[in-house]
Design a protein around this ligand. Structure first.
Ligand SMILES: Cc1cc2nc3c(=O)[nH]c(=O)nc-3n(C[C@H](O)[C@H](O)[C@H](O)COP(=O)(O)OP(=O)(O)OC[C@H]3O[C@@H](n4cnc5c(N)ncnc54)[C@H](O)[C@@H]3O)c2cc1C
Length: 422
């Protein structure tokens, strides 16, 4: 830890901020603020996972929507990530049973959604290089990276008194809880959580395949849940790669993944996109419990919730991290406006602005993903008929297409998502 943020005698009141959590949301916020304010704002990120050098994200890849990509460009890290990112130019949606011999495309969309001409729907970005680029940009911008967790953080005399795992103390005008879905800081602040666990797990893996994907993403809605095939940059043993996000009933996962590598590959092959040819496992699979949850408030006194600490949604639309990036853009903007006006960046008005900017979109996205999961993780004939009719209409509804492309909020969202610096 450098001296600038420790126990703070030299830190001007109202000019320091502590982020709990060096996940992708926490690091993005820290970088955005440090790039905008330089030495005028001390930014510390604390995370015990930094003891290993960086937070591990092995085998994960994210569909970063156009707004998130514009933000990463503004923050100066897209030049490094762009060459390894895969543009998603088309999304093909099918609705079939597992045993159906063909999976006719139900809905296909690409260039017509609300983006710049020629702008892809999203870019698939692998989490390890994204985290590494954020971390090294944070170091270069002099974000203080502390490999300790936050034990407690009471508000005392107009500042947050942050106590680290090793007993050291920091003072800050604002604490940002970016400490993930089971946020202890959210709990300690007494902020309620509305949600429930899904009886499903999300299985993620990286595959290589024989034939090129041509930038197409596939979402196969199968009775036990959606199976997404998301294009990655070429490579791997068979020359072309995709990432899968496979939703299954949690109770079935041990049987599906418990066999040897050949059995697991055979289960994936039954669900995979046949036109991509032969497949091989490159990384994973790993299974993750799925849940829906939104915090009752996104703020408390001198505390803002960010990323999964504020909301957790079903991964079927690949929007969880995009919500976290939008949170980072909105909070960085609210804090910046306060600092430019000489106001306290942890004051109630700043946090109210942030909450107002994020709450509606978050709740709308949580409800939409939950509704789609209920509608599609189902084999009832009437539900199948209703959704087939519904999807035909969706094809003509640009709003829902934009939702799948993660673009619903970007055009009216915070500056960084529009590609404008703070
Ligand atoms: C199967 C699956 C597939 C997904 N696919 C996509 C996708 O395609 N696109 C997409 O946008 N999103 C996707 N998501 C969602 C995405 O993974 C999350 O929304 C995102 O990773 C959350 O990032 P975060 O930084 O908010 O939290 P996290 O990554 O959970 O980071 C929290 C950090 O806080 C640290 N921490 C915990 N407690 C403390 C403490 N007391 N003090 C300090 N630090 C602490 C932890 O060590 C951790 O590093 C998917 C999720 C799942 C489950």
């Amino acid at each position: 830890m450098t001296g600038s943020t420790a126990a703070s005698p030299g830190t001007r009141r109202g000019r320091s901020l502590v982020v709990a959590g060096a996940g992708l949301a926490g690091l993005t916020l820290a970088l955005a603020l440090k790039r905008a304010h330089g030495p005028a704002l001390a930014v510390t990120v604390c995370d015990p996972a930094l003891k290993a050098g960086a937070v591990r994200h092995r085998g994960r890849a994210y569909a970063v929507a156009a707004g998130g990509r514009r933000m990463l460009e503004c923050l100066g890290i897209w030049t490094e990530l762009g060459p390894g990112a895969q543009a998603v130019t088309e999304m093909v949606i099918s609705d079939s049973r597992l045993a159906d011999p063909v999976r006719p495309a139900f809905l296909t969309f690409g260039a017509e959604a609300d983006r710049e001409p020629g702008e892809p729907l999203a870019h698939m970005v692998e989490a390890e290089p994204l985290a590494a680029a954020l971390l090294s940009a944070c170091r270069a911008a002099e974000v203080d990276l502390v490999p300790e967790g936050i034990r407690r953080a009471p508000v005392e005399a107009g500042a947050v008194a942050v106590e680290l795992g090793d007993g050291r103390a920091l003072r800050a005008s604002l604490l940002v809880a970016a400490d993930g879905a089971r946020s202890r800081l959210r709990e300690a602040a007494g902020i309620g959580w509305v949600g429930r666990a899904y009886p499903q797990s999300g299985i993620v893996a990286t595959l290589s395949h024989e034939r090129p994907h041509g930038g197409r993403a596939f979402q196969h809605f199968l009775p036990s849940g959606p199976f997404a095939v998301l294009p990655l940059a070429d490579g791997g043993r068979l020359g072309h790669r995709s990432s899968i996000v496979w939703t299954e009933r949690a109770a079935d996962v041990p049987a599906l993944l418990g066999g040897d590598a050949q059995d697991v590959l055979a289960e994936i092959e039954r669900r995979f996109t046949p036109e991509l040819g032969r497949i091989a496992l490159e990384d994973g699979p790993s299974a993750h419990p799925l849940a829906l949850g939104v915090a009752r408030r996104f703020r408390a006194e001198r505390l803002a919730l960010l990323g999964d600490a504020a909301h957790v949604i079903h991964p079927l639309a690949g929007q969880g991290l995009n919500l976290g990036l939008a949170d980072a853009a909105a909070l960085a903007e609210a804090v910046t406006e306060a600092l430019r006006l000489g106001l306290d960046p942890g004051g109630p008005d700043v946090l109210a602005d942030y909450e107002r900017a994020r709450r509606f979109d978050t709740v709308a996205m949580a409800a939409a993903t939950d509704g789609l999961n209920r509608l599609f993780s189902n084999d009832s004939l009437t539900v199948r008929l209703a959704r087939d009719l519904g999807l035909g209409m969706v094809d003509r509804l640009p709003g829902l297409k934009r939702f799948f492309a993660g673009e619903a909020a970007a055009s009216r969202g915070p500056r960084l998502l529009r590609g404008e610096p703070l």
